[in-house]
Design a protein around this ligand. Structure first.
Ligand SMILES: Cc1ncc(COP(=O)(O)O)c(C=O)c1O
Length: 370
């Protein structure tokens, strides 16, 4: 079976570097908040041209602690998208705040800025765009709206490490950018991990405290916090991969370019890359009104295919108290019936790409391309 992601091939290339770093950690006995986390925080902040990065236990915690440190609490509203992973809204709920959904753009499937202003109320505190599948949201329009209405901007960059909008990295636009290093993410470790990037020193101080039981001096606690630290072993893996992330993203872009070329004459909707945007193809996601049959055909031919996301958030049982039914966000709902993500990872062999293309083309009755 051709997998969606193959972590083993990448590991084989970087194995000796990772193992050297891991032996050093075991020799030193410093497993929590040691030199690897510090190095990663410094390098990721630099990568974003920002002052601070804070290593955390997961992407969900990154969103939660960023919102909490930004002062989001009960009675507040946070505007976000219904077409994302559930963690985006969980983080809002952890703060006691309410999510306000706006529909997505039909091409990028990112939060549609055209719908945002109509949703702003006196309770609105923040925008929480998600750079879905690795394509940046429209940060010009969203920044303009957040500035006009005095809103915070917390970016969910879990799927978009290295993506940029008009030459500025995602994560660097507003109050904070939040990353997940979950193993299948485009910049990932071998377990759970996450990070917040920010230029605001008060956010940096508060998140550092929150991740460590509300303490920045041993056994002195200024508030009730959490245990949400990125550990040294995961930071070591990320330090090794960070040197290669731009190359990995370029390799993903190369796979996407081949898919785009091979599918351009088929009756499918291809992912877009808008002018001024640098897409990192965390996922390569096609759209077809024959999605389920296409998926079955791919699987029958030994090719993995996954639906991200089959149920938009407003239709999830866990959110039924919002009272939003079918028809509330037609673009997201239609997308959830049409999307299909196919294998995408930097080292996906040429022969597999060719076989996947041939199989997709044959499903639509098209001859293989040369
Ligand atoms: C868009 C989005 N937000 C948040 C998360 C949560 O990250 P984590 O699994 O590291 O908690 C994920 C991934 O799982 C995600 O894809």
């Amino acid at each position: 079976m051709i997998p969606m992601v193959n972590l083993k091939v990448q590991y084989e290339e970087i194995q000796s570097e990772i193992q050297d770093r891991i032996s050093e950690i075991f020799d030193s006995g410093a497993f929590i908040l040691g030199p690897n986390v510090m190095e990663l925080e410094r390098r990721v902040a630099e990568y974003h041209n920002l002052s601070y990065a804070i290593g955390l236990a997961s992407g969900t915690d990154a969103l939660h602690l960023a919102l909490r440190a930004a002062g989001i609490g009960p009675g507040d509203e946070v505007i976000t998208t219904p077409f994302t992973f559930f963690a985006t809204v969980e983080a809002i709920h952890y703060c006691g705040a309410k999510a306000v959904f706006v529909d997505v753009e039909p091409d990028t499937l990112n939060m549609n800025p055209a719908h945002v202003e109509a949703c702003i109320t006196p309770a609105t505190k923040a925008l929480l765009p998600v750079h879905i599948f690795g394509h940046p949201a429209d940060m010009d329009s969203l920044t303009r709206i957040s500035e006009k209405h005095g809103l915070l901007m917390v970016e969910d960059c879990a799927q978009a490490f290295g993506a940029s909008f008009k030459d500025k990295r995602v994560g660097a636009f507003g109050t904070a950018g939040c990353y997940s290093f979950y193993p299948s993410k485009n910049f990932s470790c071998y377990g759970d991990g996450g990070m917040v990037v920010t230029d605001r020193s008060e956010m940096n101080d508060r998140i550092r405290r929150l991740r460590n039981h509300g303490s920045n001096r041993t056994y002195v606690h200024t508030e009730t916090g959490y245990n949400s630290r990125l550990d040294e072993l995961q930071a070591a893996v990320l330090n090794v991969k960070l040197r290669r992330i731009d190359r990995y993203n370029d390799m993903r872009r190369n796979v996407a370019a081949q898919y785009n070329r091979q599918f351009s004459d088929l009756p499918v909707r291809l992912p877009v890359e808008r002018e001024g945007c640098h897409h990192v193809y965390h996922q390569y996601t096609l759209r077809s009104d024959r999605r389920d049959d296409l998926s079955a055909q791919l699987q029958a031919n030994g090719i993995s295919a996954v639906i991200y996301y089959p149920v938009p958030l407003h239709l999830q049982e866990a959110l039924k108290e919002y009272g939003l039914g079918e028809g509330a966000f037609p673009v997201a709902e239609k997308a959830s019936k049409e999307v299909l993500s196919i294998p995408m990872y930097p080292e996906l062999p040429e022969s597999d790409v060719a076989y996947i293309c041939k199989t997709v083309r044959s499903f639509f009755g098209a001859a293989p391309l040369g």
